[in-house]
Ligand binder design. Structure first.
Ligand code: CA
Length: 225
């Protein structure tokens, strides 16, 4: 899953990004409101963590602008205790939830799970499933109900499998995969995608799953029964 963190406190942001990485989130970090808005407008994120007090453009203006421009990515506002009014304005402006600083990481993860679940629709509790395979959030294993087996997934494999599962039955282009898994500022090329697709195919074969990743010529890939 891909997150956008809009936060100007560098140390806090870096620590947050690295703990989110341990939870298998890919996080892009924007240091001010303007940068955050331009990232957010790309509409590639599963959720946005938005600080209110930001240089160049404050968080509430970023939020209003995103909603005005039809970006419905779930937004979790970060507020200071003194910013009660901002919190209310924020929820009125289309924020989905808020957290008061300082907060426990576990609470943040729980809020993020709730936000992204709400958006997905097909996501049942904390499980992401298609036919006989499934992944559990918080675990880095891919499970197969038919064989009863499981295989560990490394970081990129996990993110790619999650992306495929969330879009099961639909064609995903290589461009979308690169954008989602590697991000914009990347040297990743199409053969990086192919390499990871082939890793996942081997794992699906090993698990004897009734699911495969189909290559759709010139278009991309599809997770199919
Ligand atoms: Ca701030």
């Amino acid at each position: 899953m891909r997150l956008l963190l809009i936060e100007d406190e560098e140390r806090f942001a870096e620590a947050l990004c690295s703990s989110l990485k341990m939870e298998h989130y890919i996080t892009d970090w924007a240091k001010d409101g303007e940068e955050g808005l331009s990232y957010g407008l790309s509409d590639v994120y599963d959720a946005i963590i938005l600080d209110i007090m930001l240089p160049k453009m404050n968080g509430l203006s970023v939020l209003k602008e995103l909603r005005t421009r039809n970006i419905h990515t779930p937004v979790l506002l970060l507020t200071a205790k003194s910013e009660l009014n901002d919190k209310i304005t924020g929820l009125d402006s289309g924020a989905d939830d808020y957290l008061t600083k300082p907060f426990h990481r576990e609470e943040l993860y729980a809020r993020l799970r709730a936000l992204t679940r709400r958006q997905g629709g097909t996501v049942n509790l904390q499980e992401l499933a298609f036919n006989d395979i499934y992944m559990l959030q918080g675990s880095n294993e891919l499970y197969c109900k038919t064989s009863g087996g499981s295989m560990p997934l490394n970081g990129k494999e996990y993110q790619l499998m999650e992306y495929l599962l969330r879009n099961a039955g639909q064609i995903i282009s290589r461009e979308q995969i690169i954008e989602k898994i590697w991000g914009y500022d990347t040297d990743a090329e199409y053969n990086n995608v192919e390499v990871y697709i082939s890793f996942l195919r081997k794992k699906l074969t090993f698990l004897k799953a009734n699911v495969s990743i189909q290559t759709i010529r010139k278009l991309g890939y599809k997770l199919t029964d």
